[in-house]
Design a protein around this ligand. Structure first.
Ligand SMILES: CC1=C(CCC(=O)O)c2cc3nc(cc4[nH]c(cc5[nH]c(cc1n2)c(C)c5CCC(=O)O)c(CCC(=O)O)c4C)C(CCC(=O)O)=C3C
Ligand SMILES: [Fe+2]
Length: 342
């Protein structure tokens, strides 16, 4: 018997209709000092899609695929889903898990990298939700980071290969993107600081080397939020495209390695905004796919579960990618100082 009795998918959550948009956004930015004008702008992005975030269907698809993968491996643990910012909310899910008799579950977060937003905040979410549920709330053990796992890297490699044309390669640039974060959050990420950007550079290097070592690449940032006086990671992807056009680059392939699926930031900030910027500049533009429900990504999820289920009891040798790069440890990636909206 394993000490685990369930698997939990932890995600960001997103609105499911126009009336959900503002309450969802308020959940996201509570205490984070994001200006009202920025919120109104992001609300518009959601309204372009009928107020429905793509992230929810992506998570439903991921759950269905993972169910099949677990069944095929003979793992009959029940599967749950709880979000940080929108229904199904994590506390409600934990309450259901407790009612079902779950005591200790493995948690997979849809976020590959170390930083407060992408790691520690999920651990904080779990603790806050457990306090809300009260005595006998299930314990959740978050699975390790997977940014450099082949199940995450290989789908990005194939996507970049597919997006790269055969013409004008000498003047093509691969532009890897990830969600910008405040520079202070990057400085505080991981046990020694700077881990968010460092992990992204590792993945950019792996994808470039396997997909197109002859094509130069850059790592830049997208979807900046927060008050303008707070520094965030730069350059922004749109500014970067302007600089590339001046340098004589003719074509760009944008690979959003910061994302596991086509979130709103991908389908709006890249497929609309960055595409438009490229068109104004006369740059050829292709956007590489994200893993989504790629079978290799789903198999990776199953493997990460299996690793915890069996490794400690069987003395099985861990896979080569385990510990291949630094990762979060308890206590790292502290929360940013909360500030009032202004
Ligand atoms: C590192 C990172 C990831 C990647 C890791 C991960 O995947 O977790 C990520 C993912 C996501 N971010 C998302 C949406 C939003 N993020 C916001 C705001 C912020 N993001 C931040 C960071 C990150 N965010 C930060 C530091 C803020 C400032 C406020 C704060 O300090 O928390 C805001 C507020 C409005 C605005 O953008 O200004 C929204 C609406 C969605 C859902 C998209 C969908 O619906 O498909 C997803 C997956
Ligand atoms: Fe975000």
């Amino acid at each position: 018997m394993s000490e685990y009795d369930a698997v939990l998918l932890l995600s960001f959550g997103g609105p499911e209709g126009p009336d959900d948009v503002m309450p969802f956004l308020e959940n996201v930015v509570r205490g984070r000092g994001v200006p009202a004008a920025r919120l109104a702008e992001v609300a518009e992005h959601y309204h372009h899609f009928g107020g429905v975030s793509p992230i929810n269907q992506q998570n439903r698809d991921l759950l269905a695929a993972l169910r099949i993968a677990l069944d095929e491996a003979g793992i009959d643990l029940p599967l749950y889903w709880g979000n940080r910012n929108w229904h199904p909310m994590l506390a409600d899910t934990l309450r259901q898990m407790r009612a079902d008799g779950v005591r200790r579950a493995l948690g997979f977060a849809t976020s590959a990298y170390s930083s407060y937003s992408s790691c520690r905040q999920y651990r904080d979410d779990i603790e806050v939700a457990r306090l809300d549920v009260g005595p006998d709330a299930p314990e959740i053990e978050k699975l390790r980071h997977f940014y450099d796992h082949p199940g995450f890297v290989e789908p990005h490699v194939d996507a970049v290969k597919a997006a790269l044309g055969t013409d004008r390669r000498a003047t093509t640039r691969i532009v890897f993107t990830a969600h910008s974060i405040p520079t202070s959050m990057n400085d505080a990420s991981g046990p020694d600081g700077g881990l968010y950007r460092a992990q992204l550079r590792v993945v950019a290097g792996l994808v470039s080397a396997a997909a197109a070592p002859d094509v130069p690449w850059d790592l830049v940032w997208q979807s900046r939020s927060g008050p303008p006086q707070v520094p965030w990671l730069e350059p922004d992807v749109n500014d970067h495209l302007r600089a590339l056009a001046k340098e004589g680059v003719t074509d760009v392939v944008i690979s959003p390695i910061g994302f596991v699926s086509d979130h709103l930031e991908v389908v709006w900030d890249l497929d609309n905004e960055a595409r438009e910027t490229a068109a104004e500049l006369g740059l050829g533009f292709a956007r590489a796919a994200t893993p989504g429900t790629d079978p290799r990504f789903v198999s990776m999820m199953r493997e990460l579960v299996e690793e915890r289920l069996y490794a400690s009891s069987s003395g099985r040798r861990l896979a080569p990618w385990d510990g291949s790069g630094p990762s979060c440890r308890p206590g790292c990636c502290p929360a940013p100082v909360r500030r009032p909206a202004n």
